[in-house]
Design a protein around this ligand. Structure first.
Ligand code: FRU
Length: 499
């Protein structure tokens, strides 16, 4: 196959990270596996009060290998209960990525309200689509005896990552499946999850084509919260040449006619869900309550994923994010907000307003920590003389991750060049054009033990990055260069597990 799955786990973590061990380096509010290697989120589905999170899992190693589906559940998307492995390799091959649905009307005949997992199996160059089901809230799993339900068509190399949803009336609709096929998305439909008919193709000549396309998703979102104005979002992960180097998630805005995706924008339009180095294979939950569309992604990158520091486990998920669509001058733009549930982790916060940041670096003496939420609003108006300004997080004697705004270039940047142990492929700062809104730049940062997620401009621009600072690098600083900037508002909360 064309996928260069890395197998080099030889690089060791820095001495300090290794010495600190799991306790100091395991993320506080990001999902990690109990042990071993994790990649894509799989089978995200909500049922009977539980968010299910399955994931690509190699339980015997710190690097990718024959894949299984690991499994965890959560009632609040914050604390996760690890469950036994759900799916293991068999004669049809290892278990690759896929999705899960609730078969509300028992179309497949597996039982009332069965959870049905639809996934790729890979062996001997063949990628085929298979089913498994559970009728006990995901606690035990049975593979369908008729697997595979879709064999690999002749002439294909990549044919994987089924994402399934119900389309149409609850009783008169049908199942729809998306598959990533080379650099296209193919569509299939089915009355019963077992027999599938190809209904369409999308992709030739569209979007970013820097790498093989993987793990698609498709859902409708209201534009500007207007339920009468729905647009369909086609999500496609691209394995290489995303803006920060390596893997990334692009999206297309358009329509879905029940058979295929109808693009609403020109083929050369490329939209990225995230401009950081570590947001891949994003998937949204099926059947999330209250019409909510919430997703998360593997917080890593195929370029260097096997080389990030690891002790007993390797890999984490991004924080879950609520999705919305807002109109702007260029059409409709995806907006991501960290889930509101995170506020439950806030400790006692500090608040500043109308402070002036002088040239240089200013440490916030009372606000340090390896797990922080930071919300900052800076003025960008006639009083702003600083060329660049922003925040430095996870700062130590010789370390800092810089999140700043370049007022001359009108661009947001994240620089992890001095973030700590170097495991990631590219250290060039990530730079994203960003115009101030109402003469302000707003930043919402989530800092964990090995990552920083930046939500700028209300979540219109997002950058997710892993960082590997020494556990002792916990300072938070403001900075301005070549002038001053007014910090209109700053809120900082330590994040912690409530006991
Ligand atoms: C995406 C991916 C999928 C594949 C899985 C294998 O990261 O390459 O296309 O199903 O990982 O682990």
């Amino acid at each position: 196959m064309t996928v260069p799955f890395p197998s080099d786990g030889s690089k060791l973590p820095s001495a300090e990270i290794a010495a600190a061990g799991d306790a100091a380096t395991r993320p506080l509010f990001h999902f990690t596996p109990p042990t071993s290697w994790l990649n894509d989120p799989n089978g995200l589905v909500y049922y009977a009060g539980e968010y299910h999170l399955f994931y690509q899992y190699h339980p015997h190693s710190l690097v990718w290998g024959p894949m299984y589906w690991g499994h965890a559940v959560s009632r609040d998307l914050l604390s996760w209960e690890h469950l036994p492995i759900a799916l293991e390799p068999d004669d049809l091959g290892m278990i690759f990525s896929g999705s899960a649905v609730i078969d509300w009307h028992n179309t497949a005949g597996f039982g009332a309200e069965a959870i049905v997992a639809i996934f790729t199996q890979f062996a001997d160059g063949q990628q085929v689509q298979s089913l498994a089901f559970s009728t006990d809230r995901g606690r035990s799993w049975t593979k369908y005896a008729g697997n595979p339900v879709i064999p690999m068509p002749a002439g294909q190399i990549d044919f994987r990552d089924p994402k399934v949803f119900w389309h149409g009336d609850p009783h008169a609709g049908r199942w729809v499946m998306l598959l990533a096929v080379g650099q296209e998305i193919w569509f299939y439909t089915s009355p019963d999850l077992k027999s599938w008919t190809k209904s369409g193709e999308f992709g030739a000549g569209f979007g970013s084509r820097g790498g093989v396309w993987e793990t698609p998703d498709l859902f409708a979102l209201p534009v500007d919260n207007n339920p009468n104005n729905l647009r369909w979002m086609l999500i496609v992960s691209v394995q290489d040449q995303a803006p920060a180097g390596g893997s990334g998630v692009q999206y297309f805005v358009g329509d879905f006619d029940g058979s295929t995706f109808i693009p609403g924008e020109a083929p050369e339009t490329v939209r990225w869900a995230d401009y950081g180095g570590d947001f891949y294979a994003a998937q949204s939950w099926s059947d999330a309550p209250d019409g909510r569309r919430v997703w998360l992604a593997w917080m890593n990158n195929w370029r260097y994923g096997a080389n990030i520091p690891a002790t007993s486990w390797r890999g984490a998920m991004s924080v879950p994010r609520d999705l919305a669509l807002v109109s702007d001058d260029h059409g409709a733009v995806l907006v991501q907000q960290p889930i509101g549930e995170l506020a439950q982790l806030r400790g006692i916060g500090h608040e500043w307003s109308a402070a002036q940041v002088q040239p240089g670096t200013q440490r916030l003496a009372h606000m340090r920590g390896d797990t922080l939420e930071v919300q900052a609003t800076f003025a960008v108006d006639h009083t702003t003389t600083a060329r660049t300004f922003g925040l430095r997080v996870r700062t130590g004697a010789a370390e800092a991750t810089v999140i700043g705004y370049d007022a001359e270039q009108r661009a947001l940047f994240v620089d992890r060049n001095t973030a700590g142990h170097k495991a990631t492929a590219s250290d060039t700062p990530q730079i994203v054009p960003l115009q101030p809104r109402a003469e302000e730049i707003s930043l919402h940062l989530l800092v964990d033990r090995a990552s920083v997620e930046v939500f700028a401009d209300g979540g219109r621009v997002v950058l997710t990055n892993q960082i590997f600072p020494a556990p002792s690098s916990t300072d938070l600083e403001l900075f301005a260069e070549d002038g001053i900037v007014t910090l209109k508002q700053l809120n900082v909360h330590p994040l912690r597990r409530q006991s």
